[in-house]
Structure formats: structure tokens, C-alpha cells
Design a binder for this molecule. Structure first.
Ligand code: PMP
Length: 307
């Protein structure tokens, strides 16, 4: 999807979108050396707020730490850049994309010790990632022939640009097979995550999600949904999930910042439960979207006003 806005925050200043360009010899372009975030701002009862901004920026710095990348700004400065990128573009709702990358640091795999990352924050309008009616009607997914990254190869706890080569393979294959999204198994062939979503299934009212070691990104929507589910009285278990237990689930749904909370109708052409959104998924969606109109009680810090 082509996106744009008037202004973009790049290395400390807000500039016209079309001026924020990089050189073709940028390190990240050759070697994948970038880390990023995906964050949403919602129109809420407290005005336009960024959801779990602090945790997203903490994850950005965690990703940078894993790759020994020096982001020459404080977390507070990056949070302010996010707020400015939304507010100065007069956006009421937005998707935010902070990205730190190695630019003009020379060629070679070992960047100089004093190399500083470039940093940009874009905010723009981006509608439902899996389509407008996915939230209510669900999507068709298929298990990918591509596995997710194996432990101690490329760390999936880092949201690094290079990891998304794996996600692109999964997503492109899903598209070729007529699915909305692809589901990946981990190196042990247990369920891992979608190309850009964490996964949950429901069986006999108990909610299951792959353990954090199943080559997943520790998703903030995943964390949010787990907290909301427990508050609603559901038992939530992190455990290894087999491919066939997806087929036998009463309900199956995916979570992500761009995706939000989306039910899965079919896996590999097999209907899940009744083949339409189930009651637990619906209750969790209501709790999730209730955060943004004040119906769901949350910690104050989860909604950061942009001004
Ligand atoms: N896994 C992958 C590979 C992702 O790209 C995303 C989206 N950032 C997620 C899971 C979900 O994470 P979050 O809820 O923090 O957006």
C-alpha cells in the first residue's frame, strides 16, 4: 500500500515527506541493518492518543541493543518525535513507523564502533491491514511451507528489517495460494506466528498462544490481549501448539498493531469451529476496542496523548 503524509520526522527535524531520502550506499540497504516499530494512534475519549507508546519505544531500543546499534536519541526524544509526527500532520488516527538504520557508515559487515544510526518516524493513515471486514468476518489463512527463523540465527525478539524477508516469503506464498495471510511453523514445526501477527486459539473456553520461545516477536497486542483475557476471567496458556490443533480449535484469531484482533475463518481450507467469529474472539475484540472509548479500564500510561 502506498502511504504518505505531509511531514516526516528524520534525524531530529520534521521535513516534507519527499525530502526524507537516503543514499544508495546506506548500510541498511545492503545488509538489512535496521530496527523498527509499528504503532497505532487512535481517536479516543482523551483525544488522539498513541497506544502503548512507551513499550513500543522500549522494544525499539531493545531491538537496537541486540544488534549493538547506537540510536543517538533518548527514548523520551523518540516518543516526542512520534507525538509530533501525528500532531503536526493533523492526523486523528495514524499508523506510526519509527525506524533506526545504519546509513552512511561505510561498507563492510562490522560497522565502526562510533557509528550512529539514522532515525525516522513516519505517521500516516493506514486502514485495517487485513481488509475492512476482516475484524467482523475473519480471514482465510494457510500454513506456510516456509518456517520461521530458527533460534540463534536471526533473533525474532528483535524487530529488525532483515527478519521481514522471512515474513515476505510467508506472505507472498499465502497470496499465491489465495489466502489473506500465512501462518509459519517454527524450526520444530510447532506453530509460531503469522507473517506479521501473533496467534491465539480457543478450545473449551481456554485460550492458548505459542510460548515466547516459538520464534515469535513478543507482540504488544499479544500482551494486551493476554492481560484483557485474564481480566475477563479466561485462562490463558502459553504452550507449544501443533499444526493440527489449529484445525481442531473452537476459535482462532490473530493479533498485531496493524492487524488489531482478527478472527480466522479457515486454515488450509478447513473451517475453524463454526467458520465465523466466535464468542471469545468477539469478547476480546470488544475489550480491545473498548480501550479507545474508555469502556475498558486500563493503565493511564497505555494511552499517550499526542498534544
Ligand atoms: N509478529 C510479527 C512478525 C510482527 O511483525 C508483528 C507486528 N509488529 C507481530 C508479531 C505483532 O506484534 P505487535 O502486536 O506488537 O504489533
Amino acid at each position: 500500500a502506498k502511504v504518505s503524509a505531509e511531514l516526516i520526522w528524520f534525524n531530529g527535524e520534521l521535513m516534507p515527506w519527499q525530502n526524507a531520502t537516503v543514499h544508495v550506499m546506506s548500510h541498511a540497504l545492503h545488509y538489512g541493518s535496521s530496527v523498527f516499530e509499528g504503532i497505532r494512534a487512535y481517536k479516543t475519549h482523551k483525544g488522539t492518543c498513541i497506544f502503548r507508546l512507551e513499550e513500543h519505544i522500549q522494544r525499539l531500543f531493545n531491538s537496537a541493543k541486540i544488534y549493538r546499534m547506537n540510536i543517538p536519541y533518548t527514548q523520551e526524544e523518540v516518543m516526542q518525535a512520534c507525538k509530533d509526527a501525528v500532531a503536526k500532520n493533523n492526523l486523528e488516527t495514524a499508523y506510526l513507523r519509527p525506524l533506526a538504520f545504519l546509513g552512511d557508515v561505510g561498507m563492510g559487515l562490522r560497522p565502526p564502533a562510533d557509528a550512529k544510526a539514522d532515525l525516522m518516524v513516519a505517521a500516516f493513515s493506514w486502514e485495517a491491514y487485513l481488509g475492512a471486514d476482516a475484524i467482523e468476518h475473519g480471514v482465510d489463512v494457510g500454513v506456510s511451507s516456509w518456517n520461521r527463523l530458527a533460534p540463534n540465527t536471526m533473533p525474532t525478539a528483535a524487530k529488525a528489517g532483515g527478519n521481514y524477508l522471512s515474513s515476505q516469503l510467508i506472505s507472498m506464498e499465502a497470496g499465491r495460494h489465495g489466502y489473506t495471510e500465512g501462518i509459519a511453523l517454527d524450526v520444530n514445526n510447532m506453530v509460531s506466528e503469522g507473517a506479521g501477527q501473533n496467534l491465539f486459539l480457543v478450545r473449551n473456553k481456554v485460550i492458548y498462544t505459542p510460548f515466547s520461545t516459538a520464534s515469535i516477536l513478543p507482540g504488544l497486542t499479544r500482551d494486551t490481549v493476554m492481560q484483557l483475557a485474564r481480566k475477563l476471567g479466561y485462562e490463558v496458556k502459553e504452550e507449544p501448539i501443533s499444526r493440527e490443533s489449529l484445525y481442531l480449535a473452537d476459535e482462532f484469531f490473530m493479533t498485531g498493531t496493524a492487524t488489531e484482533v482478527v478472527p480466522v475463518k479457515t486454515v488450509d481450507g478447513m473451517p475453524i469451529g463454526t467458520g465465523s467469529r466466535g464468542p471469545v474472539t468477539k469478547a476480546l475484540q470488544e475489550a480491545f476496542f473498548g480501550i479507545f472509548n474508555g469502556k475498558t479500564e486500563i493503565e493511564d500510561s497505555w494511552l499517550a496523548p499526542v498534544k
